[in-house]
Design a binder for this molecule. Structure first.
Ligand SMILES: *[C@@H]1O[C@H](CO)[C@@H](O)[C@H](O)[C@H]1NC(C)=O
Ligand SMILES: *[C@@H]1O[C@H](CO)[C@@H](O)[C@H](O)[C@H]1NC(C)=O
Ligand SMILES: *[C@@H]1O[C@H](CO)[C@@H](O)[C@H](O)[C@H]1NC(C)=O
Ligand SMILES: *[C@@H]1O[C@H](CO)[C@@H](O)[C@H](O)[C@H]1NC(C)=O
Length: 447
């Protein structure tokens, strides 16, 4: 198929992957963190899991900005504006990922389900994490997503024409896989596509912590947007079980199942700019942040890691009060803020325009210097350096080729009721997801 060929031709990277088991047994060294996190028992698991680069990630490419916007709309069920759809179709056509209109009335299409609206996700996910499923273990590379709560994978049940390079979980080869009769899952996206299928219980290990009866959701149908993401074998959701899509019986996430085995009931995200980051489960690594961690309450009633940001400052100037609800979402690329905050930020960037029709959001001259954005969260000032906010070239395939660049800060999609603090924000912060007392902790870190 056209998609496969194109993907192979542009795949530019080859990396190796590694997972460090920091400690699989009783944790011996304990200090001030014990008090901080009220760890009273000795023992319990801790592990560090390194992300691995997505081999088929397309790098800094034209169109990434528009794609990232559309994907967030889609994930949160907002309709993608027609203008933006046209922009994306144009880019896909240029990349050969959508059929060509060859001008002779002969439109071919690489889309097996005829959904031009589906938004490819491959532009988005730079890094994945290895996860072992079944007995003997099969390793799949999954996208750790704190903005959803399903663990779903490409599998031996996924129709061959929907698999394009992904490693699939071979259910028959796992002696411990058990079908959960009568249960199914389905995730619908705002672009009208969906992924769905059967549910199994099986052993799942991440970095040495094993959950024996984890719900593993097997895809009998994947949205074309995932088919077009050749290296991502599935998702591992790390939000709250309340938004797990298995019916009639909702299932717990891997973290929820593993939490009682962890030395401390938390995980931390340390995403990095332009290099793989890591997640730690069960402990806080003092070397990964600077200063103190500020903890704020999480409102999990919507199933997300939802918190309140009190306001912001731009370029270190006076703090502006602008309270808003936000979620911490590793599965979203950009930092989506309330419209008025995005407007205020870009009023400090010469030549910036909100080009909703042409690009899908805020763009600016690549030569512009971007000010730092500081999010105020409780007593914490979370600083996002300006150069983290230059997300992608718009009119060229590299920053050097392009004159117009796409902003990493954008306005929240219309009807979404919270800001989404995605990777642009998370790459600049060390974040603790504390499941023991439902808190989020934020700290600055060496960048
Ligand atoms: C081909 O696609 C274009 C744009 O998507 C559409 O306007 C045109 O009607 C199509 N032609 C045929 C023959 O399907
Ligand atoms: C249209 O596409 C078909 C199949 O790809 C091809 O055989 C045919 O020659 C094309 N027709 C024109 C007019 O390009
Ligand atoms: C698969 O999903 C597509 C939309 O994403 C839908 O049109 C189709 O009916 C689904 N097929 C099954 C078997 O669920
Ligand atoms: C938590 O969030 C929900 C909806 O997101 C809201 O209705 C509720 O008032 C919030 N609770 C608190 C304590 O802020």
């Amino acid at each position: 198929m056209k998609v496969t060929n194109t993907a192979a031709a542009v795949a530019a990277y080859a990396f190796c992957c590694c997972t460090d088991l920091v400690s699989g047994g009783p944790v011996q060294k304990r200090g001030a963190l014990d008090q901080l996190f009220e760890i009273t028992t000795l023992g319990g698991m801790t592990f560090k899991i390194h992300q691995v680069p997505n081999k088929k990630f397309y790098g800094q490419r034209k169109g990434r900005g528009s794609m990232a916007i559309a994907r967030a709309y889609s994930k949160y069920g907002a309709a993608i504006p027609d203008d933006l759809l046209s922009v994306i179709e144009e880019i896909l056509r240029e990349l050969g990922l959508l059929g060509n209109n060859d001008g002779a009335g002969n439109n071919s299409t690489a889309d097996p389900q005829g959904e031009v609206a589906a938004v490819p996700q491959m532009f988005d996910s730079e890094y994945l994490c290895p996860v072992e499923i079944g007995t003997p273990p099969q390793t799949l590379n999954l996208d750790f997503d704190t903005g959803s709560s399903d663990l779903w994978v490409f599998s031996s049940e996924t129709p061959a024409n929907q698999v394009m390079g992904q490693d699939a979980w071979d259910i028959e080869q796992s002696s411990t896989a058990q079908l959960l009769t009568g249960e199914s899952w389905a995730i619908s996206y705002g672009d009208g596509s969906s992924s769905n299928g059967n549910v199994y219980l099986d052993r799942v290990s991440v970095g040495g912590v094993t959950v024996q009866n984890q719900a593993v959701e097997s895809a009998r149908n994947v949205s074309v947007s995932f088919t077009q993401r050749p290296d991502t074998d599935g998702l591992l959701g790390l939000a709250f079980g309340a938004i797990n899509t298995v019916r009639p019986t909702q299932q717990k996430t891997f973290f929820e199942n593993a939490i009682s085995d962890l030395a401390s009931p938390l995980f931390t995200a340390n995403l990095r700019k332009a290099e793989p980051g890591n997640y730690n489960f069960g402990f806080v690594d003092r070397t990964e942040y600077t200063g103190d961690i500020t903890f704020v309450p999480v409102n999990s009633s919507s199933g997300f890691w939802q918190f309140t940001s009190e306001g912001y400052s731009v370029a270190g100037s006076d703090a502006v009060s602008a309270p808003h609800e936000a979620i911490a979402d590793t599965g979203t690329t950009l930092l989506f803020l309330p419209q008025e905050i995005a407007d205020a930020y870009y009023s400090n960037v010469q030549g910036a325009v909100n080009d909703v029709r042409g690009a899908g959001g805020y763009v600016f001259p690549c030569a512009a210097s971007l000010p730092d954005y500081t999010a105020i969260i409780g007593s914490h000032q979370a600083v996002i350096p300006g150069d983290f906010i230059n997300f992608a070239p718009v009119d060229g395939n590299t920053f050097e080729d392009a004159t117009t660049c796409f902003g990493g800060i954008q306005a929240s999609p219309g009807n979404i009721r919270f800001a989404i603090y995605g990777d642009i924000f998370l790459k600049a912060q060390f974040v603790v997801f504390h499941g023991g007392n439902n808190q989020l902790g934020f700290a600055n870190k060496p960048l």
